[in-house]
Design a protein around this ligand. Sequence first.
Ligand code: GLC
Length: 742
Amino acid sequence: MQIMTHPRLIPTLFFLFGILCLNPLAAQIYRPSKGIELRVNALLAKMTLDEKIGQLTLYTTDWGSTGPTIREGYKNDIRSGACGNLFNSHTTLFVRELQKVAVEETRLKIPLLFGFDVIHGYKTIFPIPLGEAASWDLEAIEKSARVSAVEATAAGLNWTFAPMVDIGRDPRWGRVMEGAGEDPYLGSRIAEARVRGFQGKKLGDPDAMLACVKHFAGYGAPIGGRDYNTVDMSERYFRDFYLPTYEAAVRAGAATVMTSFNDYDGVPASGNKFLLDNILRKEWGFEGFVVTDYTSINEMVNHGVVANDKEAGELALNAGVDMDMQGAVYQRFLSQSLKEGKVSQAQIDEGVRRILRLKFELGLFEDPYKYCDAEREKKSLLAPEHRAAAREVARKSIVLLKNERQALPLSKSQKIVLIGPLGDNKSELNGNWNGAGNADDCVSLREGLANVDRTNFMYIPGCDFENPDKSGFADAIRAAEKYDVFVVAVGEKAMMSGEAAARALLGLPGVQEELVLELCKTGKPVVVVLMNGRPLAIPEIAEKATAILETWWLGTETGNAIADVLYGVYNPSGKLPMSFPRSVGQVPIFYNEKSTGRPFDPNSKWTSKYIDEANSPQWPFGFGLSYTTFEYREPKVIAAVTAKTALTVSVTLTNTGKLPGEEVAQLYVRDLVGSVTRPVKELKGFQKIMLQPGETREVKFTPTEHDLSFYRRDMTFGTEPGEYEIMVGGNSQELKKVKVKL
Ligand code: GLC
C-alpha cells in the first residue's frame, strides 16, 4: 500500500520544520549556572601553577582487604595541592577523612571530587547495563541510576564513571556487558535516561552526582573484539553508528566525558583533537570537563604517537584533555612543558575552570562534607525500597528466548530440581562492575526458589564453571526419576566479561553445555537459566532445551527476580539489545546491516553468505517472548509533518493470549534509495505497553526529522526525500511493512 501525497508537499514540509526544530537533543546540555564564573575566576586568580596542575590531577586510592586505603604519599599530594581529585574512595568515614585534609590543611581549601565506578548500583546492585537495556524500559533504567546515585552520594561520592555508552556489536568484546548493545537509537535513549538518573533534578542537590560519558569514542569497535585494540572506520560510519550515543548523553546534560583507550583514525582518543575539540566542544558545545581513562595519557607512548610521557601530556592537553587519571603526567611535566611553550597557560587555566565550575555546581565550597552524613548513609544503603526497585528492574531485564511444551511458567505443584554452578551462587551475581556491592547481600537463585516454596525443590550442582569433571552429571540425571522439571542455571563467571575479558569462543565455559544436553536426553522439561555478560553462541541448547531465560547478572535481587518470572508472578517482557550469534564465525553480527550488491538469496550461490553457517542470528536484536501472545495489524503511515515529527506511524496491537503482558512495539525504517548505502532497517522508535488479555491498543510512533537524518554523500547531516519502508513488530525480524514516499 503506498501513501502518495503531492510530490513536493512533504519535502517542503520537511524543509520548514527542519528550520523549526533545531536539534531536539539540545534540550538539557550542561551549561554553568549563573554567578559561578565570577567565583571560578576569583579563585583561579589566586592559584599557583602547581595548584592549578593539582586540579588537573586524579588519583586512585588503594584497595586494602577491607576496602579503599590511601598511601601516605597521596595524602601529602592532597595536602600540597598536587592532587585535587580522588577515585575509589568511598564511605562517609573515609571521604570525610580525606576531604578534611583538602579543606583544612591546604592553602586554598579547594574540595576534592570523589569519583567511583557506580555502573549499575553502589551497595544495592542492579542488573548489568546490558541486562537493563534488555528491559527497553527507560523509566526503570532511570530509576536504577537514580537509586545508585542516592546510595553513592550517601556514601561520600559525587561523581560516577558512568554511563558507558559504547555501541557494542561484537560479543567477543567483554565490555558489551557494560553498555546498551548494538543500536544507536536504543543506546541513545538509554544514555539519556542514565544521565538523568545519575544527575537527578539539579547538580548541587545532595543526591545528585556528576555523570561521566564513556568511553569517548568508539571503544566498542576494537578489531577482533579484543579489548584495547585498534578502532578504525570511515568517519561516516563512525558518525552514523558510533557517535550518536555519546552525543545523546552530552545533550542530556552529562557534566563530564571520559576518553577511551583506543585510537581512532590513527590518533589515540586521549590525544585526538578531532574528537575532543572539533566534535565534542565545537559541534556539540560541551562545557563540562574531559577526564582520561586510567593512565591513557601515558599509554600514548605504547601507541607510538609520542616518544615519552612529557610529550604525551602535551598532546593530551592541546587536544582538550582536562584531567589526567592516575598517569601523574600533568603533575610531573606540565610546568616544564609550559616553560618550553609546548602548552599554553590559557589551556591550563581553561581546564582548571571547567573542573572548578563543577565543584561549585555541586555546592562543595559551601559544604565540602555534604556527602558525608553517616546517618543518611546507614539509612540509605540496601534500604528495602532500593532492594524492591532492584527486583523490579531485574524482572524487567529478563528475556524469554524459548518456551516449548508450555514449560513456563512453573506451577507450585511441580517438583523442581535446580542444577548448575549458578544455581546456588552469590559471588557472580553482581557482575563485573559490582561497585561496593557485597555478594552476601545477594539472593541466589536457590534462595529465590526457596522463598516461593521451600519444600518442593532440591539443588544438585551437576558441574563447575570450568572444571572438566563430569562426575556430578549422574546425580543430576538420576533426579529425572523423581522430579518433574529441571531448572539449570549455567553461564559465565563475572570476570569472564567486562574489561580485559575478550573471548575468542562464545560457548558456555567448561562442561556446562554437555550437562544441559545430557539432561535434555531424559525427556523431562529442561528450563535453562542463563547468567552471562555477553551474547553466547549456544545452538545445541537453543535447539534442545525446552525453555530458555536470558537473565544476564541481575545483582542483589537475582534469585527473587528469576523466581518471579519462573512462577509467572511477573510475565517476562525483555527484548534483546544485542543479536545472539549461532557461531562466533558470524561475529560481528547486527540487525542494521547494509544490503550489499549481492544480498543473501538462498537460491543463488553468488550472494553474500557463509557456506557453513546461516546469515541470520540465533536470536535477533529486539527479540523476546512472553507468556502471552501479541498480534500486530498492518501499520498506517500518516505523513503528518509538524514542528516535531517527520511522520506519524500507527499500528493496532492486540494481546491475543490469556495473560496480561507487556510488549515492546518497535518501529524500523528503511531509506530505500539514499545518496549512500543505507541499512536494511534502523530502529526509530519503541514503546513498551501493558495489555490485558484480549485488549487492543493503537500504538503511535512519531519519528523526528533528526531521527531520520544521516550523513549524506556530501557528509552533511539531514534527510533525503524518496521512498521509505516503514516496519513495525515485536522484534527486528518479524515485521509488518508499508511503503511511503517522504
Ligand atoms: C578502567 C575503565 C574505566 C573506569 C576507570 C576507573 O580502566 O576503563 O571504565 O571508569 O578505569 O576505574
